[in-house]
Design a protein around this ligand. Structure first.
Ligand code: NAG
Length: 295
């Protein structure tokens, strides 16, 4: 009887894993990647400050219905004009995009108080603002370059070729254990995006050869690859649907154990009825049901 009980618990446990809400991806949308601020500062209570605040508020609002937008808050004085854009990773659900942009904007506020311009990249979105026009301008300067261990022995070439080949503003690919993702900001033209991703991939190829991960963030695009382990898993793909989230796993294990205990109690109550002489027939009936269900 003990083996069939542990089999039952196992089945209940795996069922409870599958019943977990599949919308809650483990992808670390809000993970901080980089941030930067301009040297130039504005005076508190200047018109620029209130324009910037309304710009940032509008960016957050816009992210509830669009994965990309650019905004300009005009002013009679050129020094008070505020420009901004955000770009969510192409696979984010709208509510994740909105919460990511809100997080990035508040992060920029912490990072760049009083600075005219700032940029924050989280795993799931990018936000940039300034009082100098930058929207629609391709920018291939390296903002962040990070490679994993060069002795990891991976060959990212197939993934990189996949990312650099033609594609849209959001690209994913994979080969073996390596997964890759690339994203352009929506203000680039298709040709500029292709050029920018090509540059990021070229740099990854030369800088992060044999690494288990590589991050190349340029001004208006990025390309990354990883094994999808501790460092990676930064994009949603259907094949990646299972949660890696430890909290959810713990929750599922607890539910599984509780269900196992409940089944044990029911089973013991059932056994007690049998032992009280309710008949050996029911006993066999129960096991034939088990056999039919789980064989
Ligand atoms: C900026 O936003 C405006 C209004 O939504 C849009 O018409 C324009 O194409 C955008 N420009 C760029 C470069 O994305």
């Amino acid at each position: 009887m003990a083996p069939s009980l542990s089999l039952l618990s196992l089945i209940v446990f795996s069922l409870s894993l599958q019943l977990l809400p599949s919308s809650s991806y483990s992808v670390p949308v809000d993970t901080f990647v980089y941030g930067g601020c301009t040297q130039q500062r504005y005076n508190p209570t200047s018109p620029y400050e209130s324009n910037l605040n309304s710009l940032l508020g509008s960016l957050v609002n816009s992210a509830t219905f669009s994965a990309y937008n650019n905004l300009t808050v005009l002013s009679s004085s050129q020094s008070a004009v505020a420009y901004g854009l955000y770009q969510c990773r192409g696979d984010l659900a709208m509510q994740d995009c909105a919460s990511c942009v809100a997080r990035a904007v508040s992060r920029a506020g912490e990072l760049c108080p009083g600075a005219c311009g700032g940029a924050v990249q989280l795993d799931g979105c990018f936000v940039k603002y300034d009082n100098v026009a930058f929207v629609g301008v391709e920018d291939k300067s390296v903002v962040l370059r990070k490679c994993g261990s060069h002795s990891a022995g991976y060959d990212p070439e197939a993934v990189l070729v996949g990312l650099a080949g033609s594609g849209g503003y959001f690209r994913v690919g994979g080969s073996g254990r390596l997964k890759g993702v690339a994203q352009c900001t929506g203000d680039l033209s298709a040709a500029e995006c292709q050029d920018c991703v090509g540059e990021a991939v070229r740099r990854l190829r030369s800088d992060c050869a044999a690494s288990d991960y590589g991050d190349m963030f340029l001004g208006k695009c990025y390309a990354r690859f990883s094994t999808g382990g501790a460092h990676g898993g930064y994009y949603n793909s259907k094949a990646h649907g299972r949660s890696d989230n430890e909290g959810e796993k713990t929750f599922a294990i607890i539910i599984g154990l509780l269900a196992g205990v409940a089944l044990l109690i029911i089973f013991l109550a059932f056994l007690r009825r049998i032992c009280e002489g309710q008949g050996i027939f029911q006993f066999f009936f129960f096991f034939s049901l088990l056999y039919l269900d789980f064989k």
